[in-house]
Design a protein around this ligand. Structure first.
Ligand code: CTP
Ligand code: CA
Length: 222
């Protein structure tokens, strides 16, 4: 029944979405990660699927039910796992949206045995691949590539820098310094940047924000 509620303006479009955090293991029982509930990516997946798109969702560990009508959900843990899952599905996707809070670093000195608490470890980190930047390098002609930017300051400047450096068609800024929106919140407020254009979606439920983003994508690119 839910399917009937949406217009089918993304019928036959293939949409690839990443969501949630990645986790980078320290030992079998410990990890480092990023704050992310996955809600924004799940709501986007749900909205696209309702509007007729064929959605593939690549998700880090989250506490959310699978979004309705999304047929393919691939669960991953680390950034490297996410990179592989995305690479498998990126080529024939019409739209790719990275909402995931990818860990920028992974543990270089992973311990296969549980570290005992009196042996306080020194963590050695190494850089993870920038999944979105790699997608930007091999972007095909009609592919639409969209990123999120998590910022605490200089939002516009930082976002536009990411838009250019990653060869994106559009970037959506989250103000992660605000306590009332983002992360575990059900609400968000965002600004979209694409070639010189700025578009603001005022604070609202993430489901409504997702619908606003998908409307914007339709009007801008289709
Ligand atoms: N991203 C990615 N792979 C990474 C890091 C980030 O694909 N290793 C993606 C995110 O999913 C997001 C975009 O890049 O869509 C921007 O992520 P963000 O953390 O805001 O920016 P970074 O480029 O990682 O830079 P920094 O954290 O230093 O601000
Ligand atoms: Ca980052």
């Amino acid at each position: 029944a839910e399917y009937l509620l949406c217009k089918k303006d993304f019928h036959n479009k293939k949409v690839l979405i990443s969501a949630g955090p990645t986790i980078e293991k320290i030992d079998p029982v410990r990890f480092i990660s990023n704050r992310s509930s996955g809600k924004m990516g799940y709501e986007l997946s749900r909205e696209f699927a309702c509007r007729g798109a064929e959605v593939t969702l690549v998700s880090g560990p989250v506490n959310l039910p699978p979004p309705s009508l999304v047929k393919k959900i691939i669960s991953v843990e680390s950034a490297i796992d996410m990179e592989k899952a995305i690479a498998t599905h990126s080529e024939n996707s019409d739209i790719i949206i990275m909402t995931a809070a990818v860990s920028d670093f992974r543990i270089k000195n992973y311990s296969t045995q549980k570290i005992k608490k009196d042996n306080i470890p020194t963590l050695v980190l190494e850089k993870n691949p920038d999944i979105l930047k790699e997608l930007g390098k091999k972007k095909s002609k009609n592919q639409i590539l969209i990123g999120f930017a998590a910022e605490t300051q200089n939002h516009k400047e930082n976002a536009i820098k990411k838009l250019k450096e990653k060869n994106l068609d559009m970037i959506i800024v989250n103000d992660v310094s605000r306590k009332d929106i983002g992360f575990e919140s059900d609400e968000n407020e965002i600004i979209v940047y694409s070639d010189g254009e700025e578009y603001r979606l005022e604070k609202n439920n993430k489901r409504i924000i997702a619908a606003g983003i998908v409307d914007y994508i339709y009007n801008k690119f289709f």
